[in-house]
Design a protein around this ligand. Structure first.
Ligand code: ZN
Ligand code: ZN
Ligand code: ZN
Length: 260
């Protein structure tokens, strides 16, 4: 029996779009089976379902049954507005569970730095540098304060008052409101679990750059800290830009109010 269940779950996760269109709502699966489905379903399969559902334009919830012709792919698949909504809900729930699983598998959580406000992976706290904190330390050293830890890596520092759960709740904040809405009222944009998943993915996957010999979160891919040209700062601004690639630069030391 167990073998059969594994086989079925494997088949469903590989053919997620097809199965969810012909079979009963996969969200109705018992919790243990659903979490196994989460584990076996690849992001690629989830994206396939997402694109099938979103290419049907903007299904304006339940009121669109008699609406205009749905465009392209949804038309090819003959998706009804109800099916589109069901697919979107399924993708949303799978990504929500996949987020929890990802953090569990990487044995990490997301925290926020008190110095720069960036989110970072707690498990990689010893590897990631904080430009804002480094600038503060340089400034302190310049003004005669005793030197800190020498040439040690200047890392982020977690804000003890910030919690990922609260942050996610705020992002999903108005989600509860619009499910009961009549459909006509404007709905505030709510981050989907898919958006949140990929945001967090870029934070908790840490890579190594062989150019500047530093670790960095995947979301900063392409923003190497090695720059052949010196940064340019406007007078009175602590943030500037590197002319070589356009990345943001953090000014060290005091900010002059006027250009020299
Ligand atoms: Zn920081
Ligand atoms: Zn680099
Ligand atoms: Zn550059």
């Amino acid at each position: 029996m167990e073998e059969l269940v594994s086989y079925a779950l494997d088949y469903i996760s590989k053919n997620l779009l097809r199965v969810s269109l012909v079979a009963a709502d996969l969200q109705a699966l018992p919790a243990d089976l659903f979490s196994r489905l989460v584990a076996t379903t690849s992001e690629q399969a989830l994206e396939e379902v997402h694109h099938a559902a979103s290419s049907s334009g903007m299904p304006s919830k339940k009121s669109s049954t008699g609406g205009g012709a749905p465009p392209q792919q949804a038309q090819d698949l003959n998706l009804t507005a109800q099916q589109v909504q069901q697919l979107q809900q399924l993708v949303n729930r799978l990504y929500k569970n996949k987020l929890e699983l990802m953090l569990k598998e990487l044995r990490t959580t997301v925290v926020r730095c008190v110095h720069c406000g960036a989110m970072f992976s707690h498990a990689d706290r010893g590897k990631l540098t904080c430009a804002a904190r480094a600038a503060q330390q340089q400034q302190a050293a310049a003004s005669g304060a005793p030197p800190g830890a020498g040439c040690q890596l200047v890392t982020h520092e977690a804000d003890p008052t910030w919690r990922l759960q609260d942050h996610l709740a705020a992002l999903r904040g108005s989600a509860a409101k619009h499910s009961s809405g009549g459909g006509a009222e404007p709905v505030a944009a709510v981050a989907s679990w898919r958006d949140i998943y990929w945001d967090v993915w870029g934070v908790v996957h840490v890579m190594y750059c062989h150019h500047c010999l530093q670790y960095f979160p995947a979301q900063e891919l392409g923003l190497c800290s090695y720059h052949p040209e010196a940064p340019i700062f406007m007078a009175g601004k602590s943030r500037g830009r590197y002319p070589c690639c356009g990345s943001t630069a953090q000014r060290a030391g005091t900010v002059p109010l006027f250009a020299p």
